[in-house]
Design a protein around this ligand. Structure first.
Ligand SMILES: [Ca+2]
Ligand SMILES: [Ca+2]
Ligand SMILES: [Ca+2]
Ligand SMILES: [Ca+2]
Length: 669
């Protein structure tokens, strides 16, 4: 959570940068409610919907305001969402406690409906996000912007919140903007990295704002419901050129400008948006002046096609191109060419290439035909049109969708062949067809080809590739029981509290299980020795100073488990490994136990720097890894087919210390 705020991989392509920028800044949203063409001159009873559900004003009702707000035309057939019914909406002006200009309200979403009424724009409601919504109504006293936050010790630490705001209590139609949306805070002041905070677009005094608290379901112990503490701070506006608060906590710049530190010495002032290295314009075309392109919320110099790009380049690829890893470097590639995104219109890809679906989106590749081996995690050798990559015991094969166990499900209505059922796959993003297996039956510990029935789970055997369906707590790899003893004698639960797996303790040198986490290495980490095998290695303590790639500690072995800490003034630790020409790399971070990077143990970020010194990939929180990262051929195109040379792998942190972490790095031929 140091630089990115979401449990996603930072991809080296512009679309993702922009999506990320949206999340960092509190969403693409920002539709200022300019007093516009249709001043309705509403007095007092500001917004009244067709069913009269929203007509109650809070204590502000006695403030006799004339409000200049364009009323959104609401079609008569547009139903009032369940969460917007007057009985469900929390009137913050009436119920929140104001303290020094900050209104604070403590609530919970345990009795809210699971299905979202007002889908937030910054998460996908298709993957169990933005659920259990509670709507709050707030009438600002002054025009300007509002900071709304759930980053508060009063918010449950395990509650993964989403926060959004709208000017109307209706699901947004295409083209309608929210006032702001955020999943995870960029930096948590209250040790609540899964909590959310937004800085709204401009709001007008007296015009109600609907603030929506939702929950995401990731995996235990992260939950979509809980107690939250919501605060609302109204920020007065500062004129262009005037001094402002860089943190946008005391005030906010007027529409069309943003607070940046400029001049010598640098002073925070409101600077016009859309200029080189200033913020992109919001809701105004063009978003940046000629020759500039908006990236991560700032107008940057546009690079040329074929130019190097990536996290350490101060420029962005031009329109019609993406920054993509191809032939050992991050390069601005024109869409439709090898390694780049497919074109939206016309022929998707150049001749001899196929537009294939990968986990990183549709990409022009030399596609693998049906029956060929492929990477089911969707990175390598994606399958030709009409086929998809199915999980097998140790890899993948291109097959027709839904045809076999392990295959991605086909479109509705018949999603899987007879005898199979469609469930969320091990990448937690895509659905796969699995075969139900009764207790005692042989199963796949990855749950990619089978699903254990009757409240059993697949416990891995010594191969870590096959297993048996067992009751909780009965075998290594099986889920822990809720009460002590959580696992059978000789096994320990992977986490102290909450849902975890029973693990077998192994000594250094033993073959360990990185695939499903059924083992725990004593005094060290599990280091990959090959694509499917891994050994327990004793920890090597880090050696300071190691604060930058140039200061990295050189590692001569092909695999290492480093133990380190990031506290005090120490924010970065780097090691250096040598990769042979065409080799690949696996680097993983851990805090606490082997599999779950708990909220309380700090939030490390992983960066990889290539032989030229350029940062080739940056990953904060990988899917299924909590707050830790996995940089590997099956998660990153940058991790395989590497140019030979020295690579630095760095672990860094944000404001919160990481008292103890483990970094495992393996170099594969
Ligand atoms: Ca969140
Ligand atoms: Ca350190
Ligand atoms: Ca250091
Ligand atoms: Ca992280």
């Amino acid at each position: 959570m140091t630089l990115t705020s979401t449990p996603m991989i930072v991809l080296l392509r512009l679309g993702s940068f922009l999506a990320l920028a949206a999340m960092l800044t509190g969403c693409p949203s920002t539709s200022p409610l300019d007093a516009g063409d249709e001043d309705t001159g509403v007095e007092d009873d500001a917004t009244v919907h067709s069913d009269g559900s929203m007509d109650a004003l809070g204590p502000d009702a006695d403030v006799h305001l004339r409000i200049d707000v364009p009323m959104v035309e609401v079609p008569a057939d547009r139903p009032v969402p369940a969460a917007c019914m007057v009985s469900a909406v929390v009137d913050l002006n009436a119920r929140g406690a104001a303290d020094g200009g900050v209104l604070r309200y403590v609530g919970d979403n345990r009795s809210a409906l699971r299905t979202p009424s007002l889908p937030p724009t910054c998460v996908s409601s298709k993957i169990n996000e933005g659920q259990y919504q509670v709507v709050h109504r707030y009438v600002p006293r002054i025009s300007g912007r509002m900071r709304v936050s759930l980053d508060d010790p009063g918010t449950d630490a395990s509650f993964d919140t989403v926060l959004s705001a709208q000017s109307e209590c209706f699901a947004l139609l295409p083209g309608e903007r929210s006032l702001g949306c955020n999943n995870n805070v960029e930096r948590s002041a209250a040790m609540r990295p899964r909590a959310s905070e937004i800085l709204t677009a401009r709001v007008n005094a007296g015009a109600p704002v609907f603030i929506i608290v939702s929950g995401n379901f990731n995996e235990d112990p992260i939950v979509p419901q809980g107690t939250y503490a919501l605060s609302v701070t109204e920020l007065p506006e500062v004129a262009l050129g005037a001094a402002c608060d860089l943190a946008v906590r005391a005030n906010a710049c007027a529409l069309g400008s943003s607070c940046l530190a400029t001049g010598t010495p640098a002073m925070p002032r409101c600077v016009a948006d859309g200029l080189r290295d200033t913020r992109c314009r919001v809701d105004t075309d063009p978003d940046c002046d000629v020759g500039l392109r908006c990236a991560l919320g700032f107008c940057r110099t546009a690079l040329t096609i074929g130019a190097p790009c990536g996290p350490s380049t101060n420029g962005v690829c031009p329109e019609g191109s993406v920054c993509q890893w191809v032939d050992g470097g991050n390069t601005c590639l024109r869409t439709g060419t090898r390694g780049a995104d497919c074109r939206d219109e016309g022929t998707p890809c150049d001749a001899s290439l196929a537009c294939v679906h990968t986990r990183f989106g549709d990409s022009c590749r030399t596609a693998a035909p049906i029956g060929a081996s492929c990477d089911p995690w969707g990175i390598r050798d994606a399958c030709a049109a009409g086929s998809v990559c199915a999980f097998t015991a140790t890899g993948g094969t291109c097959v027709a969708a839904g045809s076999v166990a392990g295959a991605p499900c086909a479109p509705s209505p018949t999603r899987c062949a007879a005898g199979l059922e469609c469930i969320l796959g091990p990448d937690r993003e895509n659905e796969v067809c699995v075969r139900p297996v009764a207790p005692g039956g042989a199963c796949d510990p990855l749950n990619a080809t089978t699903r254990c029935t009757t409240n059993t789970d697949c416990a891995a055997d010594s191969t870590f590739i096959s297993g048996t369906c067992v009751a909780p707590g009965r075998a290594a790899g099986a889920p822990c029981q809720a009460v002590e003893p959580r696992c059978e004698t000789g096994l320990t639960c992977s986490v102290a509290t909450g849902a975890g797996r029973c693990q077998r303790a192994l000594s250094p040198g033993a073959e360990c299980d990185l695939r499903t986490g059924s083992t725990r290495c004593t005094g060290g980490g599990c280091v990959r020795e090959g694509v499917t095998s891994a050994l327990c290695r004793t920890d090597t303590p880090e050696t300071e100073p190691n604060d930058a790639p140039a200061m990295a500690t050189a590692i001569t072995a092909t695999g290492v488990s480093v133990s380190g800490a990031l506290a005090g003034t120490d924010t970065t630790d780097c090691i250096r490994v040598t990769v042979p020409e065409g080799g690949s790399m696996v680097a993983e971070t851990y805090t606490g136990d082997e599999r779950v990077c708990a909220l309380a143990a700090g939030d490390p970020m992983l960066s990889v720097f290539g032989p030229s010194g350029a940062e080739i990939a940056r990953d904060d929180d990988s899917p299924g890894r909590g707050l830790c990262s996995t940089f590997a051929p099956w998660t990153y195109p940058q991790a395989r087919g590497l140019p030979g040379g020295a690579y630095a792998v760095c672990v860094s942190r944000g404001d919160t210390p990481v008292p103890q972490y483990r970094l495992t790095v393996s170099v594969l031929p």
